[in-house]
Design a protein around this ligand. Structure first.
Ligand code: TYD
Length: 136
């Protein structure tokens, strides 16, 4: 699956912790956009889309949430709960996010500006596109 958990180096001392995200260093793409999800209401499940081309690095800078990731062949679930860990999600991965803690702040770095035409929001269409015959 086009998904990886990247360890992010923490610079900690007796004052606290700091993590730097740098394009081409620990962020493996050109950063064109940053957005963050916060104040997510209890019980909400969101996402429900894949991207045709977009690459993203997701960091739970505070709190936690769960991810369901599906590339059309396998599904994985994982918890993001560590600001020193980045979830790299590349193109053509269906994602759903849920079980947000009340304090969760999910920061997302992306390699393109917001573009609705890059979204696949229909799961059946996504699954059809991931089958081998759709690539020929
Ligand atoms: P949406 O795609 O529904 O979020 P998710 O798929 O993560 O649940 O986005 C919510 C709204 O925010 C929608 O109106 C589009 C808008 N939006 C932007 O304007 N810019 C962005 O970078 C993103 C991610 C969303």
């Amino acid at each position: 699956m086009n998904v990886k958990l990247l360890p992010l180096q923490k610079h900690g001392d007796d004052r606290g912790s700091l993590i730097a995200l740098e394009e081409g260093q620990n962020v493996p793409f050109t950063v064109r956009r940053v957005y963050y999800l916060f104040e997510t209401k209890e019980g909400v499940r969101r996402g429900f889309h894949a991207h045709k081309n977009l690459k993203q690095l997701v960091v739970a800078v505070r709190g936690s949430c769960r991810f369901l990731l599906d590339d059309g062949h396998e599904q994985i679930e994982l918890v993001l709960d560590n600001p020193a860990q980045g979830l790299l999600v590349e193109a053509m991965v269906w994602r759903e996010m849920y079980d947000f803690s009340e304090d969760c702040v999910l920061m997302v770095l992306a390699d393109s500006l917001y573009d609705e035409s890059d979204y696949i929001r229909d799961k059946a269409q996504f699954l059809a596109l991931t089958q081998p015959e759709s690539r020929s």
